[in-house]
Ligand binder design. Sequence first.
Ligand SMILES: NC(=O)c1ccc[n+]([C@@H]2O[C@H](COP(=O)([O-])OP(=O)(O)OC[C@H]3O[C@@H](n4cnc5c(N)ncnc54)[C@H](O)[C@@H]3O)[C@@H](O)[C@H]2O)c1
Length: 159
Amino acid sequence: MIQRVAIVGAGTMGAGIAQLCAQSGFSVKVHDPMPAALAALPAKLKKSFDSAVLKGKLSTQQAERAYHSVSAIADISDLTGADLVIEAAPELLALKQDLFEKLSAICPDALLATNTSSLSVKDIMARASGKERTLGVHFFNPPVAMKLVEVIRTGDTAP
Ligand SMILES: NC(=O)c1ccc[n+]([C@@H]2O[C@H](COP(=O)([O-])OP(=O)(O)OC[C@H]3O[C@@H](n4cnc5c(N)ncnc54)[C@H](O)[C@@H]3O)[C@@H](O)[C@H]2O)c1
């Protein structure tokens, strides 16, 4: 069962996916190695949750609860315990390969998903351990508004 979600990358997609997961009831950790990106996350989320309340999509209480269920994580090792990892880091193959090599060790029991737009999911997962738990989940922008998510299997992904 998925309860704890880790998002890697706090940019446009990472912040949006974090909001979506939080307002869907998950506990969310967001990691970004860039201090400025991590520092900007709370204000970005606050603005977006406030807007959801103004539009009547969430109650004030729902927005508050969701906002407080997201934590910003500077050290990638602190993502331990996640049930699902969604990577939304820059679209660079080597960077994503490095990340999944690390993430597969830090989160040995998690599903490992990339939000890549154009790279091969199988290539991205080349150095990950436990390839049966790797997949693509391609959200569209903005994730909170777009109903479509592509789920991508590699030849290794378990049913
Ligand atoms: N923007 C879109 O419309 C869109 C839609 C679907 C999928 N995508 C995909 O989502 C991914 C992220 O795109 P984005 O638009 O959110 O990019 P972005 O540039 O807004 O955010 C990327 C974030 O990753 C962080 N980052 C840099 N190095 C990192 C590392 N080593 N580990 C973790 N985080 C790191 C950056 O600091 C930044 O905050 C890409 O793979 C992109 O192809 C983007």
